[in-house]
Structure formats: C-alpha cells, structure tokens
Write a protein that binds this ligand. Structure first.
Ligand SMILES: Cc1ncc(COP(=O)(O)O)c(C=O)c1O
Length: 474
C-alpha cells in the first residue's frame, strides 16, 4: 500500500445505510442496494404489468397482524380495552373494513368521515367522533345515533348543550384534553387545557348537565411519538383529572382514551440509524399506559381506549413507480483524471452538477409525508453495481417536487421499477389531484391474491363536479 490513510468523508449521507458507508470509504468495496422484488410473494413487476404504474399496493396480512399484535399487547396487560381505527390515516373502504372486521371501532374527525363510516355499516354506537369543526347537523345526527362525540372546545359545548335540550334521554359524550406529556411541541390546538384548570371546568359543566353523561376523557399527545414514557405521563395526568372530577363532582368517568401516535417503522429526514433501532415495540407503549391503570383499585379501573392510525397501516402500504427519465447522465466529469476513489465519491455527493437524478411517474402530491419522512426507495431487481447518491425527482412541473434529495441507488434505466415504502399512512387520504390522475390501489388479500380496491381516476372523476355558467357553456 502506498496511499496514506485518509479519513472517510463525513457527510450527512455517510452511515445512512451500511452499503453506502462501505462504498464511500476509500478502503472498502462492494456495497449493493438490496432489491425489493415482491410484496407478500407477488412480484412487483407482475403487479405493474397487470395493474399499471404507478400503483399503490396494500398488504392485508400486514394490517391484520399489526392490529392483532396491538390488541394482544394491550389486552394481555389490561382487561378492559377498546380499539378504534383512525379513519383519517387511510379511509379506503377496504382498509377500514379490514380493521372493522378485526373488531376496531371507527374514529372519525369530520362530517365526511362520519358519513363514510355509517355508509360502511358502522353503527353510531361504534363511532368515536373527534375534530374541532363538527357541523351542527352532523352533531345532531351523531348524538341521535349514539356516537360518542368528544367535545373539543367551549363553542362546541355551547352547541351541544342546545342540541340536547330537546333530547329525551341523556347523551354520552367525551371531552378532549391537551396536556404536557414531555413531548415538544405540545399539541395545544385540540381540546381543553389541563394545566390551567380549563379541562376540569369543562368536565364539571358536562357533569352538571342532566342531559349529558361524561363517558370519556381523551388526549392525543401527537403523532409518531418515539418515547413510550410520554404515554405513562399522559395516563397519569388523565387519571389525576378523573380523580379530581370524582372528588369534586361525584362522577367517575368510565373511559380514558389515550388517542394514537404510536410510530411505524419509518424514519424522519436526518435520522441515521435503522428504524428497527429507534422505534420501540408497541408492547412498551402498552406497558407504559397499562402500568399506570393496573395500579388503580379494581373498581376504579376505567375502560382504556386507543385510537391508532399510522402504526397499523404505514408499513402495509407501498407505492410502485417507474423511472421515466434520467437526469445528469451525460454531464461531464471533472477534467482531472486522477480523482481518487474517495475524491470521486466526495464529488458525487457534494457537487450539484455531479448529482445523478431519476424522474419517476409519481410526485409529492401523492407523497405528502415525504416532506418529513425519509421514504425508502428500493429497486425491484438486484443491480450488480455499487450504489451512488441519486436525487429522486417526482413528475410534477414544480421544482420542489423532490421525493428524496439523495438516496443511494445503482444506475437505473428508463422503465425500471422502484418501490417506495412505507407509504400506507396519510399519503392517500392527503393526496392531491394535480395535473395527473391518481393511481389505482391494489390490496393483496390474506389469501395472497391481489385485487383492485380503487381504480385509477378518470377525467370524469375529476371534472364531474364542475359546472359551467350558461355564457361559457358553449
Ligand atoms: C384524535 C386523533 N386520534 C388518533 C389519531 C391517529 O394518530 P396516529 O396515526 O399517529 O396513530 C389522530 C391523528 O393525528 C388524531 O388526531
């Protein structure tokens, strides 16, 4: 060996994946990006051939096993648990049906979601109704159908008090509370504040109303909460509020709802360890919550309710996409011929004009979560070459449409298929129709068979709601 040892480049990229770290070290060779050939045993190339590209794919098996493991995690530690599926996370009918068939209630946050749950056959009594803008007619409907409305604010409480005046029997409701569980930023937008006594005052007002029964106190401390400990704090605070309501108003609230927020195995931008090292198993979350409740005397143990979303569906969802163009392929390399492996690698990583780019047939309008999550990108086949830093462009005519600023990929070609994962939580519900039709969605059933659960959009779907005024109609 003649070359002096040089330290590997320390860039934000180094260490993200073992393969990339290997390839950027002067003395190491041989890192390859593992391929992602199949979902639940079905080749991604076959899925694209049969259903087209781009294509969302969901695994029923994954959703059911997450739902069952969650039930077991809580149910094996605490007897009285009820689970609700957070519609906003993904309200495809087939997805909601999977969770309902596993015994999950519906947790909805708007008149649209309420109507959707009812249309899917969910009884009012099996709906938990959150949200901070519930229209009066929808509140009336929900309460007359025995849904559990979780009151968000004083104005909503005013409306509810008016509505129930004409009701013959008392109606069960919940109140939503925001509290400091040690997580920053604190979600102060939803519910009544705990610390300044607002929540206790709202509870007292509900308890004193003969037409209302305070069934639940609820908190949802945020989403993608990496610290199970935060749930212990939140549970302790709800238990203390419940005791205060009991002592002051002689009413023992029957249900504590700890909301959602348990993470999926996904990474935020800038996280440098594999998700498996950072995300605590759901059992630790269950232990944090039930550990507090199990200390209560038997007759004071409440019903525990959880409203999970991303944890159940994120990893079940994939987006298959096809490379439609390459960028930067023919840009000149620097004039110097003696670029060492290390310098060549550094140049690839750091120089804008050296960046290789791939344009794929989806954009960030379908991948809302790409703004803060580092969505995984996997080729469908093993390419026998080392990975280089690549920018993944979406197909929208907007410069900010970049799915991954830099991801290590082998050289790919037009027509190659990539799998983006995990993408099952929020992306579909938050997707925007913009310059293109939104793609079809396929569910791979528990029997291993794929089936269409949403067809690709058509022009009629998109402009069907439009009207032309008479002077423009010809
Ligand atoms: C009230 C409520 N419950 C449950 C959820 C589900 O959250 P997550 O997907 O983080 O589990 C949400 C989503 O933000 C929510 O607002």
């Amino acid at each position: 060996m003649t070359a002096a040892y040089e330290f590997p480049t320390i860039s934000s990229e180094l260490g993200r994946s073992p393969e990339a770290a290997i390839d950027r070290n002067y003395y190491s060779r041989g890192g390859f990006v593992p391929p992602f050939p199949a979902i639940d045993g079905i080749e991604v190339t076959r899925l694209v051939r049969e259903y087209g590209s781009p294509l969302f794919v969901f695994s029923e098996h994954d959703m059911r096993s997450k739902a069952r493991r969650a039930k077991e995690a809580f149910g094996s530690r605490y007897k009285k648990v009820s689970f609700a599926w957070s519609y906003k996370t993904n309200y495809l009918n087939a997805v909601c049906r999977v969770f309902h068939s596993e015994g999950w209630l519906a947790e909805v946050v708007s008149d649209f979601e309420y109507a959707k749950a009812r249309k899917l056959g969910v009884a009012g009594k099996d709906i938990v109704f959150n949200g901070l803008d519930k229209p009066r007619d929808c509140l009336e409907r929900a309460m007359s159908e025995d849904a559990l409305v979780q009151i968000d604010n004083w104005d909503e409480l005013n409306v509810i008090e008016k509505i129930v005046e004409k009701f013959k029997k008392p109606v069960q409701v919940g109140i939503r509370v925001w509290l400091d569980a040690g997580i920053r930023p604190i979600w102060t937008k939803f519910g009544f504040a705990l610390a300044n006594g607002e929540a206790a005052r709202a509870a007292a007002r509900v308890v004193k109303n003969p037409k209302l029964v305070l069934h639940t106190i609820h908190t949802h401390i945020g989403t993608y909460i990496l610290a199970p400990e935060a749930y212990r704090v939140a549970t302790q605070k709800l238990v203390a509020l419940r005791e205060q309501i009991f002592l002051e108003d002689n009413h023992l609230v029957g249900c504590l709802n700890l909301g959602g927020g348990i993470p999926s195995n996904s990474l935020l931008h800038g996280m440098v360890r594999p998700a498996e090292h950072l995300i605590r198993p759901i059992e630790e979350y269950a232990e944090a919550i039930t550990g507090v409740l199990n200390k209560l005397p038997e007759k004071k143990k409440p019903l525990l309710r959880m409203e999970l979303g991303r944890h159940l569906v994120d990893e079940a969802g994939y987006l298959l996409t096809t490379v439609v163009a390459l960028k930067g392929r023919d840009r000149p390399t620097p004039a110097t011929t003696d670029l060492s492996a290390r310098s060549a690698k550094e140049w690839q990583i750091l120089q804008e004009d050296a960046k290789r780019g791939l344009v794929v047939d989806v954009g960030i309008n379908l991948l809302y979560t790409a703004a803060w999550f580092e969505i995984g990108v996997w080729p469908s086949q093993l390419a026998n070459m080392p990975a280089t830093p690549t920018r993944l462009y979406g197909n929208l005519c907007m410069a900010l449409d970049v799915i991954r600023e830099s991801v290590d990929l082998p050289a790919l070609d037009v027509g190659d298929i990539l799998t983006l994962h995990p993408v099952g939580a929020y992306n579909l519900a938050q997707s925007m129709q913009f310059i293109a039709y939104r793609p079809a969605v396929v569910l791979i059933g528990e029997n291993g068979k794929p089936g269409l659960i949403r067809r690709r959009e058509t022009l009629e779907d998109i402009d069907g709601a439009e009207l032309l005024p008479s002077h423009l109609s010809r």
